[in-house]
Ligand binder design. Structure first.
Ligand code: HEM
Length: 457
């Protein structure tokens, strides 16, 4: 048998032979990519003569898995866990080999141990590495230019992991090492998760949208039907939607900044940065990017809805009716400079807010954020982020103007939607202002640089 160190020498990668157990979709696509990258590929199959067409250039060993395994140092196990049992019979041939477990399960917690750990138990003499399981056959065929770039690996042997990392890097993937084989279960759960970090922001957006939709439906449409006997249900389509979307967007934008402010006050209270934040705060901070992107999508809808205001039948009808009635009554309303200032200001502040909002969204995309230094990224996301929140909040205050003084704004004692939307952003901005006070800011900076407050005994 070859000495183990020979298996990992760089020279071995020249026209190196790799083995794949399994001729299913994933095995075939993997073989094709490996072959295109310059490896020799050999397949081990239970029925080598009837396993269908394989990528051109690859070989199917006639001596079933045994011969295939013997010809390569690295074996990709592309078979279902239920069929692992037979691998036990190959234990002598697989001794000292690197086995890459690419399997996944249909459900979480289907088995007491991870597939890769099970494989390691079946063949203790081999070095099992979990990897490539987050890639689909499609992603393998198309390569990293048109699909996911990341490959996760974990395993107990550093040398074996290095060998797998070399292959993955040669295929053009970015490799993330997740540590020992105990992380295999986590890697096997990855493909079963459906946008995990988007779940909370999407649930929040749905919950808030539903709440504000019914709130405004009662306050505007049902109120008008019951009290004034007027059917304005058509407003649901545009007017109501154009209230709900910006309201939810503004609240969600402020929720991106609230956890940072809470964390700062917590650090000030504890006098140290070395204590862990509560789990809920950690989770909240981790989904800020997704919160912001959902909020941006809703703000974009608000902008699009605003564009159609002038062409709406209802708006044109009201304008024409108003003009005709003024002509009939021989009246003209004087030009209101304050109103002109107000409307122009809230439009312009809204536009500036939306422009910055877009900038925040664009810079949070990995392809853009990767080319920014940490300082540039934090300047945009933090400083310009607060400015965005300020503009959007100010836009809403200007829109509300003096409406809060008019009793007709409080139908059935329900506050207008825009007032409710201002609560969280205003709180966040006031708290941020407090944090910017020189004495508070300097203490926080010292804490973040590692200083700790020692309480007197
Ligand atoms: C309301 C325009 C951006 C938040 C309005 C209204 C208009 C408008 C015309 C009144 C709608 C109505 O009469 O029902 C604009 C323009 C924007 C912009 C032109 C930028 C191009 C934003 C952004 C936000 C925002 C980025 C932040 C999320 C709001 C809110 C209201 C509002 C909360 C009050 C909704 C209500 O209760 O009626 N905006 N907006 N706007 N806008 Fe904007």
């Amino acid at each position: 048998m070859k000495p183990a160190s020979n298996l990992f020498t760089p020279a071995a990668t020249e026209q190196e032979m790799l083995c794949i157990f399994g001729t299913g979709d994933l095995g075939r696509s993997l073989g094709q990519r490996l072959f295109q990258t310059g490896y020799k590929v050999v397949y081990g199959s239970r029925r080598p003569h009837s396993c269908g067409p394989l990528p051109p250039g690859t070989q199917v060993q006639s001596m079933i898995h045994v011969a295939a395994a013997q010809s390569a140092r690295l074996v990709f196990v592309c078979i279902h866990r239920e069929n692992y049992n037979f691998l036990e019979t190959l234990a002598p041939q697989l001794k000292g080999k690197v086995l890459v477990d690419v399997s996944n399960n249909l459900k979480k917690n289907m088995y007491p141990e991870a597939n890769a750990e099970y494989l390691q138990r079946l063949i203790p003499g081999a070095q099992v590495v979990k990897g490539f399981n987050t890639l689909s056959a499609w992603a393998l065929q198309n390569g990293p230019s048109d699909a996911s770039r990341q490959v996760y690996v974990c395993g107990n042997s550093l040398e074996a992991k290095q060998a797998v990392i070399e292959v993955a890097t040669k295929l053009g993937f970015t490799v993330l090492d997740r540590g020992s084989l105990t992380a295999a279960r986590e890697l096997e759960d990855f493909p079963l998760q459906l946008f995990p970090e988007w779940r909370l922001p999407l649930q929040l957006a749905t919950g808030l949208t539903a709440f504000f939709f019914f709130y405004l439906l009662i306050r505007d449409v049902i109120y008008s039907y019951v009290v004034n006997d007027k059917d304005i249900s058509f407003r649901i389509m545009a007017s109501l939607a154009n209230k709900v979307f910006p309201i939810v967007s503004l609240i969600m934008l402020s929720l991106c900044y609230l956890p940072g402010v809470i964390a700062a006050f917590l650090q000030l209270y504890r006098g140290t940065k070395y204590k862990r934040f509560p789990d809920w705060l950690d989770r909240w901070m981790l989904c800020r990017k997704q919160l912001g992107l959902v909020a941006l999508a809703l703000a974009s809808l608000h902008v699009l809805y605003t564009l159609i205001i002038p062409i709406r039948y209802y708006v044109r009808y009201r304008l024409a009716a108003h003009t005709i009635s003024q002509i009939k009554e021989n009246k003209t309303s004087p030009f209101d400079t304050t109103m002109a200032w107000r409307t122009d200001s809230y439009y312009v502040i809204g536009i500036l807010g939306f422009g910055l909002y877009l900038l925040l969204g664009i810079t949070s995309l990995p392809s853009v954020s990767n080319v920014l230094s940490w300082r540039e990224f934090s300047f945009i996301q933090s400083k310009l982020g607060y400015l965005t929140l300020f503009f959007c909040t100010f836009h809403t205050y200007l829109y509300g103007w003096d409406k809060f003084l008019q009793p007709s704004s409080y139908k059935w004692f329900m506050l207008p939607g825009y007032m409710l939307s201002l609560v969280v952003p205003s709180v966040v901005l006031v708290l941020k202002l407090l944090l910017l006070l020189p004495c508070v800011d300097s203490t926080l900076t010292r804490i973040r640089q590692g200083w700790e407050r020692t309480d007197p005994e």
